[in-house]
Write a protein that binds this ligand. Structure first.
Ligand code: CUA
Length: 189
């Protein structure tokens, strides 16, 4: 008759300790991976916080200054670049169709007259938050002509899903011709 073999004294405790270590290691690996991904995305897409803060009174946007209605849209600057000024409000963008040229440095300057809105141009890395009281600005350049959607991507109350605009990218020469007649351009029909 053979003696029954006794299980090792720490059988259960040792096993659960090893499992705990494995999962602790897995959790740290996942955490490190997420930090690496976030860092890569920030550097690769140049998602940088703004270098400075510009403030603007959301209650008097329509009365004067940079964001008065007649100054909104696209404007050619003396150095040949284009500045696009946009205001977001519940539940639209002004102008609702933005006209920009190809192969030109473009600066977007935008703000909100009421609550926080999102400003995103589909298929590009143009992505801003429009915060009342602040001017959001971003530089971009479009190589290909075409039309892109510009949905609001911050929930801004009941009409949020209906808040979107369009961006029309046209040939630089055609844009320059249009700009000869109009001080501020847009493609609102
Ligand atoms: Cu504006 Cu959502």
């Amino acid at each position: 008759m053979t003696e029954p073999v006794a299980p090792p004294y720490d059988h259960g405790a040792g096993q659960s300790e090893r499992a705990e270590h494995r999962w602790a290691t897995a959790a740290i690996v996942i955490l490190v991976l997420l930090v690496v991904l976030a860092t890569f995305a920030a550097v690769h897409w140049a998602a940088m916080p703004q270098a400075r803060v510009e403030i603007v009174d959301p209650l008097t946007l329509h009365l004067g200054g940079e964001f008065i209605e007649s100054n909104l849209g696209s404007a050619i600057e003396p150095d040949g670049s284009v500045t696009v000024r946009v205001v977001g409000q519940q539940y639209s963008f002004t102008p609702s169709c933005i006209l920009v040229p190809t192969d030109t440095p473009i600066t977007f300057r935008a703000t909100s007259s009421d609550v926080v809105h999102g400003f995103l141009i589909d298929g590009t890395n143009v992505n801003l938050m429009l915060v009342p009281g602040y001017v959001s600005s971003l530089r971009a350049r479009f190589e290909e002509p075409g039309e892109r959607l510009m949905p609001c991507h911050e929930f801004c109350s009941v009409g949020h899903e209906g808040m979107w605009g369009r961006v029309k990218i046209i040939d630089k020469a055609a844009f320059t011709r249009l700009a000869a007649d109009q001080r501020r351009l847009n493609c609102v029909e």
